[in-house]
Design a protein around this ligand. Structure first.
Ligand code: G4P
Length: 285
Protein backbone atom coordinates (compact mmCIF):
# COMPACT_ATOMS: atom_id res chain seq x y z
CA UNK A 1 0.00 0.00 0.00
CA UNK A 2 1.32 3.41 -0.94
CA UNK A 3 0.48 6.11 1.56
CA UNK A 4 1.40 9.70 0.94
CA UNK A 5 2.31 11.24 4.22
CA UNK A 6 2.60 14.67 5.69
CA UNK A 7 6.04 16.11 6.08
CA UNK A 8 7.68 16.75 9.42
CA UNK A 9 6.12 16.26 12.78
CA UNK A 10 4.82 18.69 15.36
CA UNK A 11 4.81 22.25 14.05
CA UNK A 12 7.43 24.68 15.34
CA UNK A 13 4.74 26.79 17.03
CA UNK A 14 3.53 23.85 19.07
CA UNK A 15 7.07 22.85 19.91
CA UNK A 16 7.52 26.34 21.36
CA UNK A 17 4.37 25.76 23.42
CA UNK A 18 5.98 22.72 24.98
CA UNK A 19 8.43 25.03 26.71
CA UNK A 20 5.52 26.59 28.61
CA UNK A 21 4.23 23.42 30.21
CA UNK A 22 5.13 21.15 33.10
CA UNK A 23 3.17 18.19 31.82
CA UNK A 24 2.59 16.57 28.44
CA UNK A 25 -0.72 14.73 28.10
CA UNK A 26 -0.35 12.37 25.20
CA UNK A 27 -3.42 10.79 23.63
CA UNK A 28 -3.09 7.59 21.70
CA UNK A 29 -5.67 5.22 20.26
CA UNK A 30 -6.43 2.37 22.68
CA UNK A 31 -6.90 0.05 19.67
CA UNK A 32 -3.35 0.64 18.44
CA UNK A 33 -1.41 2.46 21.17
CA UNK A 34 2.05 2.02 19.68
CA UNK A 35 1.20 2.64 16.05
CA UNK A 36 -0.60 5.79 17.19
CA UNK A 37 2.42 7.39 18.82
CA UNK A 38 5.11 9.53 17.34
CA UNK A 39 8.48 8.06 18.30
CA UNK A 40 9.89 11.59 18.62
CA UNK A 41 7.62 12.34 21.57
CA UNK A 42 10.24 11.20 24.08
CA UNK A 43 12.71 13.69 22.64
CA UNK A 44 10.12 16.45 22.27
CA UNK A 45 8.85 16.03 25.83
CA UNK A 46 12.21 15.44 27.48
CA UNK A 47 12.27 16.78 31.02
CA UNK A 48 8.48 17.12 31.23
CA UNK A 49 6.12 15.13 33.39
CA UNK A 50 4.18 12.71 31.21
CA UNK A 51 0.75 11.11 31.09
CA UNK A 52 -0.67 8.85 28.46
CA UNK A 53 -4.34 8.45 27.66
CA UNK A 54 -5.59 5.36 25.88
CA UNK A 55 -8.50 7.04 24.17
CA UNK A 56 -11.44 5.42 22.39
CA UNK A 57 -11.16 2.63 24.96
CA UNK A 58 -14.90 2.13 24.42
CA UNK A 59 -13.97 0.69 21.01
CA UNK A 60 -10.98 -1.38 22.15
CA UNK A 61 -10.71 -4.91 23.51
CA UNK A 62 -10.78 -4.47 27.32
CA UNK A 63 -8.22 -7.19 27.95
CA UNK A 64 -5.78 -5.67 25.50
CA UNK A 65 -6.31 -2.24 27.06
CA UNK A 66 -5.51 -3.60 30.54
CA UNK A 67 -2.33 -5.15 29.15
CA UNK A 68 -1.40 -1.80 27.59
CA UNK A 69 -1.99 -0.01 30.91
CA UNK A 70 0.48 -2.41 32.48
CA UNK A 71 2.93 -1.88 29.65
CA UNK A 72 2.97 1.90 30.08
CA UNK A 73 3.10 1.72 33.89
CA UNK A 74 6.24 -0.39 33.56
CA UNK A 75 7.69 2.35 31.36
CA UNK A 76 7.07 4.86 34.14
CA UNK A 77 4.24 6.75 32.38
CA UNK A 78 0.89 7.10 34.15
CA UNK A 79 -1.79 5.64 31.83
CA UNK A 80 -5.51 6.44 31.91
CA UNK A 81 -8.03 4.75 29.69
CA UNK A 82 -10.67 6.98 28.33
CA UNK A 83 -13.76 7.63 26.29
CA UNK A 84 -13.13 11.31 25.67
CA UNK A 85 -16.75 11.91 24.64
CA UNK A 86 -17.83 11.32 28.24
CA UNK A 87 -17.53 14.11 30.75
CA UNK A 88 -16.99 12.07 33.89
CA UNK A 89 -13.21 11.69 33.91
CA UNK A 90 -12.05 15.02 35.34
CA UNK A 91 -11.33 13.60 38.79
CA UNK A 92 -9.33 10.69 37.38
CA UNK A 93 -7.30 13.16 35.30
CA UNK A 94 -6.67 15.55 38.19
CA UNK A 95 -5.66 12.64 40.46
CA UNK A 96 -3.38 11.30 37.71
CA UNK A 97 -1.79 14.74 37.31
CA UNK A 98 -0.88 14.77 40.99
CA UNK A 99 0.90 11.44 40.61
CA UNK A 100 2.62 12.35 37.34
CA UNK A 101 3.72 15.75 38.67
CA UNK A 102 4.74 14.71 42.16
CA UNK A 103 8.29 15.94 41.57
CA UNK A 104 7.16 19.38 40.36
CA UNK A 105 4.83 19.73 43.34
CA UNK A 106 7.61 18.70 45.77
CA UNK A 107 10.07 21.10 44.15
CA UNK A 108 7.59 23.97 44.49
CA UNK A 109 6.91 23.06 48.11
CA UNK A 110 10.62 23.15 48.95
CA UNK A 111 10.76 26.64 47.45
CA UNK A 112 7.75 27.67 49.52
CA UNK A 113 5.46 27.88 46.47
CA UNK A 114 2.12 26.41 47.34
CA UNK A 115 -0.72 25.57 44.97
CA UNK A 116 0.90 26.77 41.76
CA UNK A 117 -1.26 25.17 39.07
CA UNK A 118 0.36 22.57 36.85
CA UNK A 119 0.36 23.69 33.22
CA UNK A 120 -0.32 20.99 30.68
CA UNK A 121 -0.60 20.48 26.94
CA UNK A 122 -2.44 17.80 24.98
CA UNK A 123 -0.65 16.14 22.06
CA UNK A 124 -1.51 13.30 19.71
CA UNK A 125 -1.93 12.19 16.10
CA UNK A 126 -4.86 13.41 13.96
CA UNK A 127 -8.33 12.15 14.85
CA UNK A 128 -7.26 10.53 18.12
CA UNK A 129 -9.71 12.72 20.06
CA UNK A 130 -7.62 15.68 21.25
CA UNK A 131 -10.31 18.33 20.79
CA UNK A 132 -12.99 16.09 22.23
CA UNK A 133 -10.79 15.47 25.27
CA UNK A 134 -10.07 19.16 25.84
CA UNK A 135 -13.74 20.10 25.44
CA UNK A 136 -14.95 17.36 27.79
CA UNK A 137 -12.34 18.18 30.39
CA UNK A 138 -12.95 21.91 30.18
CA UNK A 139 -16.73 21.60 30.33
CA UNK A 140 -18.97 24.55 29.61
CA UNK A 141 -18.04 26.64 32.60
CA UNK A 142 -14.24 26.51 32.33
CA UNK A 143 -12.71 29.95 32.47
CA UNK A 144 -10.17 30.87 29.87
CA UNK A 145 -7.26 32.99 30.98
CA UNK A 146 -4.06 34.40 29.64
CA UNK A 147 -5.03 36.33 26.53
CA UNK A 148 -3.55 39.79 26.92
CA UNK A 149 -5.43 42.65 25.25
CA UNK A 150 -3.61 44.16 22.32
CA UNK A 151 -1.65 41.04 21.62
CA UNK A 152 -2.56 38.88 18.65
CA UNK A 153 -4.58 35.94 19.71
CA UNK A 154 -2.28 33.32 21.06
CA UNK A 155 -2.85 30.33 23.18
CA UNK A 156 -5.23 30.46 26.06
CA UNK A 157 -5.04 28.56 29.28
CA UNK A 158 -8.16 26.79 30.37
CA UNK A 159 -8.53 26.48 34.11
CA UNK A 160 -9.61 22.89 34.72
CA UNK A 161 -9.11 22.88 38.46
CA UNK A 162 -7.24 25.00 40.97
CA UNK A 163 -4.29 22.69 40.38
CA UNK A 164 -4.46 22.31 36.62
CA UNK A 165 -4.39 24.63 33.62
CA UNK A 166 -4.54 23.33 30.07
CA UNK A 167 -3.41 24.94 26.85
CA UNK A 168 -6.52 25.29 24.68
CA UNK A 169 -4.79 24.20 21.46
CA UNK A 170 -3.44 20.68 21.16
CA UNK A 171 -0.19 19.73 19.47
CA UNK A 172 -0.63 17.55 16.42
CA UNK A 173 1.93 14.80 16.18
CA UNK A 174 2.31 13.17 12.81
CA UNK A 175 2.74 9.46 13.18
CA UNK A 176 5.89 8.10 11.65
CA UNK A 177 6.00 4.80 9.95
CA UNK A 178 8.46 3.13 7.76
CA UNK A 179 6.58 -0.05 8.34
CA UNK A 180 3.52 -0.86 6.26
CA UNK A 181 1.86 -2.64 9.18
CA UNK A 182 1.85 0.57 11.22
CA UNK A 183 0.40 2.51 8.29
CA UNK A 184 -2.36 -0.06 7.96
CA UNK A 185 -3.32 0.19 11.65
CA UNK A 186 -3.47 3.97 11.40
CA UNK A 187 -5.58 3.66 8.28
CA UNK A 188 -7.99 1.28 10.04
CA UNK A 189 -8.54 3.62 12.99
CA UNK A 190 -8.99 6.61 10.67
CA UNK A 191 -5.89 8.64 11.49
CA UNK A 192 -4.89 8.87 7.84
CA UNK A 193 -7.09 10.81 5.48
CA UNK A 194 -9.31 8.38 3.55
CA UNK A 195 -8.49 10.16 0.30
CA UNK A 196 -4.97 8.74 0.26
CA UNK A 197 -6.01 5.20 1.01
CA UNK A 198 -7.12 2.15 -0.78
CA UNK A 199 -10.35 1.33 1.06
CA UNK A 200 -10.46 -2.18 -0.37
CA UNK A 201 -7.09 -2.99 1.14
CA UNK A 202 -8.19 -1.67 4.52
CA UNK A 203 -11.40 -3.70 4.51
CA UNK A 204 -9.51 -6.78 3.32
CA UNK A 205 -7.04 -6.32 6.15
CA UNK A 206 -9.79 -5.84 8.73
CA UNK A 207 -11.58 -9.01 7.65
CA UNK A 208 -8.36 -11.10 7.62
CA UNK A 209 -7.31 -9.72 10.99
CA UNK A 210 -10.80 -10.20 12.40
CA UNK A 211 -10.99 -13.79 11.19
CA UNK A 212 -7.66 -14.58 12.84
CA UNK A 213 -8.20 -12.70 16.12
CA UNK A 214 -11.87 -11.92 16.71
CA UNK A 215 -13.59 -14.59 14.68
CA UNK A 216 -16.75 -14.73 16.82
CA UNK A 217 -17.39 -11.00 16.66
CA UNK A 218 -16.77 -10.82 12.92
CA UNK A 219 -18.89 -13.87 12.11
CA UNK A 220 -21.69 -12.54 14.32
CA UNK A 221 -21.79 -9.39 12.18
CA UNK A 222 -20.96 -10.74 8.75
CA UNK A 223 -21.91 -14.43 8.77
CA UNK A 224 -19.53 -17.35 8.57
CA UNK A 225 -16.35 -17.16 6.51
CA UNK A 226 -17.18 -19.12 3.34
CA UNK A 227 -15.21 -22.24 2.51
CA UNK A 228 -13.94 -21.91 -1.07
CA UNK A 229 -14.95 -24.76 -3.42
CA UNK A 230 -11.91 -24.05 -5.47
CA UNK A 231 -8.62 -23.73 -3.62
CA UNK A 232 -7.61 -20.89 -5.93
CA UNK A 233 -10.42 -18.76 -4.49
CA UNK A 234 -9.62 -16.39 -1.69
CA UNK A 235 -11.94 -16.85 1.31
CA UNK A 236 -11.69 -13.20 2.38
CA UNK A 237 -12.73 -12.01 -1.09
CA UNK A 238 -15.62 -14.51 -1.07
CA UNK A 239 -16.59 -13.22 2.38
CA UNK A 240 -16.59 -9.65 1.06
CA UNK A 241 -18.80 -10.74 -1.84
CA UNK A 242 -21.27 -12.33 0.61
CA UNK A 243 -21.31 -9.19 2.74
CA UNK A 244 -21.84 -7.07 -0.35
CA UNK A 245 -24.85 -9.22 -1.33
CA UNK A 246 -26.35 -8.98 2.18
CA UNK A 247 -25.95 -5.22 2.13
CA UNK A 248 -27.01 -4.61 -1.43
CA UNK A 249 -23.57 -3.30 -2.38
CA UNK A 250 -23.93 -4.30 -6.00
CA UNK A 251 -23.30 -2.65 -9.29
CA UNK A 252 -25.43 -3.05 -12.38
CA UNK A 253 -25.51 -6.70 -13.42
CA UNK A 254 -25.29 -7.86 -9.76
CA UNK A 255 -21.55 -7.35 -9.80
CA UNK A 256 -19.96 -6.77 -6.36
CA UNK A 257 -19.32 -3.13 -5.55
CA UNK A 258 -16.08 -3.65 -3.66
CA UNK A 259 -15.58 0.05 -2.97
CA UNK A 260 -18.98 0.40 -1.37
CA UNK A 261 -18.78 -2.73 0.77
CA UNK A 262 -15.22 -1.87 1.81
CA UNK A 263 -16.32 1.56 3.00
CA UNK A 264 -19.13 -0.05 5.02
CA UNK A 265 -16.84 -2.62 6.66
CA UNK A 266 -14.31 0.09 7.56
CA UNK A 267 -17.05 2.29 8.97
CA UNK A 268 -18.44 -0.64 10.98
CA UNK A 269 -15.03 -1.14 12.55
CA UNK A 270 -14.35 2.54 13.26
CA UNK A 271 -17.70 3.08 14.91
CA UNK A 272 -17.54 -0.09 17.01
CA UNK A 273 -20.43 -1.88 15.29
CA UNK A 274 -18.38 -5.08 15.03
CA UNK A 275 -17.54 -4.96 18.73
CA UNK A 276 -14.55 -4.12 20.87
CA UNK A 277 -11.54 -4.90 18.72
CA UNK A 278 -7.88 -3.96 19.26
CA UNK A 279 -5.34 -4.03 16.47
CA UNK A 280 -2.29 -4.65 18.59
CA UNK A 281 -1.44 -6.12 21.99
CA UNK A 282 1.78 -5.76 23.95
CA UNK A 283 4.27 -8.51 23.21
CA UNK A 284 4.14 -10.18 26.64
CA UNK A 285 0.49 -11.34 26.39
P1 G4P B 1 -8.55 15.32 17.07
O1 G4P B 1 -8.82 16.63 17.74
O2 G4P B 1 -7.48 14.53 17.77
O3 G4P B 1 -8.26 15.40 15.61
O4 G4P B 1 -9.86 14.40 17.23
P2 G4P B 1 -11.36 14.85 17.56
O5 G4P B 1 -11.47 15.29 18.97
O6 G4P B 1 -11.86 15.74 16.49
O7 G4P B 1 -12.10 13.42 17.45
C1 G4P B 1 -12.14 12.68 16.24
C2 G4P B 1 -13.36 11.78 16.22
O8 G4P B 1 -13.22 10.78 17.26
C3 G4P B 1 -14.67 12.47 16.51
O9 G4P B 1 -15.66 11.76 15.76
C4 G4P B 1 -14.92 12.21 17.98
O10 G4P B 1 -16.28 12.27 18.34
C5 G4P B 1 -14.38 10.80 18.09
N1 G4P B 1 -13.93 10.46 19.46
C6 G4P B 1 -13.09 11.17 20.25
N2 G4P B 1 -12.86 10.50 21.39
C7 G4P B 1 -13.56 9.35 21.32
C8 G4P B 1 -13.70 8.22 22.21
O11 G4P B 1 -13.11 8.13 23.29
N3 G4P B 1 -14.50 7.21 21.76
C9 G4P B 1 -15.13 7.25 20.57
N4 G4P B 1 -15.89 6.20 20.22
N5 G4P B 1 -15.01 8.29 19.71
C10 G4P B 1 -14.24 9.32 20.10
P3 G4P B 1 -16.23 12.28 14.39
O12 G4P B 1 -17.11 11.22 13.86
O13 G4P B 1 -15.13 12.79 13.53
O14 G4P B 1 -17.01 13.50 14.81
P4 G4P B 1 -18.41 13.52 15.55
O15 G4P B 1 -19.39 13.22 14.48
O16 G4P B 1 -18.40 12.47 16.63
O17 G4P B 1 -18.48 14.91 16.07
Amino acid sequence: MQIQWYPGHMTKARQEDLKLVDLVMELTDARAPLAGRNPDIDKLAAGKARMIFLNKADLADDQATLAWMDYFRKKGITPIRLDARKTNFKKAVVDGVKIACQENIERDRRKGILNRPIRAMVVGIPNVGKSTFINSLAGKTAAKTGNKPGVTRGNQWIKIDKQLELLDTPGILWPKFDDEAIGMKLACVGSISDEVLNMQEIAYHLLSYGKANYNQLFEARYGAVPQPDDERDNEIVLWMENIARQRGCLKRGAETDFDKVSAQITDDFRSGRIGKVSLEVPKQI
